[in-house]
Ligand binder design. Sequence first.
Ligand code: COA
Length: 343
Amino acid sequence: MTISAVRLVGIGPDDPSFAQWCGVWAAAELLDRPDEAPRPAPEHVVLGRELVGPGGSRGGTHRAALLGDDVVGALRLILPLRDNTTVAFVDLVVHPAHRRRGIGGELLAEALRLAAEAGRTELIAEVDEPVTDTAGRAFALRHGWTCDLLETRRDLVLPPDEAQLAAVEAEARQASAGYELVTWRGSVPDPLLDDRALLEQRMSTDAPHGDLPVEEERWDGRRVREIEAMNAARGRTVLAAGAVRDGRLVAFTELHVSVSRPEHARQGSTLVLREHRGHRLGALVKAATLRDLAAAFPHTRRITTYNAEDNLPMVAVNRALGFEPAGHLSMWSLRVGAGSRPG
Ligand SMILES: CC(C)(COP(=O)(O)OP(=O)(O)OC[C@H]1O[C@@H](n2cnc3c(N)ncnc32)[C@H](O)[C@@H]1OP(=O)(O)O)[C@@H](O)C(=O)NCCC(=O)NCCS
């Protein structure tokens, strides 16, 4: 096969061939992590509808690499609209049976073209690295991208060790006297909505981002509700816990459980407002969601989380709860504005 046999075409989440587009992701994920169910197709479909539909906080587009009628490569470009308006997030994958023939390079060139068209000067992509020397890393280096952030993936195999969890809870309860622990599933209660938005905004400034070219995000209650609706549409149940002081939500954490692969939960964001740190609130809320998970989804067998290694307090909480390293997630960027050119 030569590269000239491959065609790049626009594709939308409601096109009949979008299932194949999702299938390329699934095949690649299964190659990397054969013991895990890949992302369910509705995750891609719902995100895709948000990107191409009006009124959301992100826009974007999809391309498929076609060989004959078969989708052999997939590209999704995500364009933040409320903040970070010079940034484009690039998700790019080639089916394992069609690699090293230049298809990834073609899709990347298309991403650069689309990003430039949208006025974006910084591109960001992530690479899952269950092992060292991944194809994604070699590809990114080959194209002149720089690795700006390396996170360690950590997994907690469930059920957690009861004695370990009880010890974390006891210590956290004692240290957090004066704070009220609250939990919710799905939508944050109305009285806490604006505080929840502020906490999400703080995620974009307080969680380590390495050298990634990102700026503070802008969050309000409407945007929180938008994401909640999208999670529900994706078939995700979100189990959340928070700490309240004087009626204000000052800390939170979230676990995401997908209805079609409930055996594997994903850790969402966790944050304690700066002025409330040092009271074990991170451990308090995380332990609470572990309890809620056991009650709501007793068959969940694993939780995956990602931490920058220099995020010492978060790593310490996760270690105390029994999370173990399971590879890395690397975040890459390419500046294509003023003077810099892709490699
Ligand atoms: C990374 C990926 C998209 C590359 O797709 P591809 O079609 O094989 O890429 P190309 O054929 O255009 O490769 C271009 C160059 O990248 C480098 N490269 C790609 N895969 C490589 C590998 N497994 N080992 C070493 N170098 C590699 C080589 O320099 C290659 O040129 P060469 O084949 O002439 O030596 C594909 O492996 C993939 O889908 N991986 C999983 C998802 C992912 O990591 N996406 C990357 C986000 S940045």
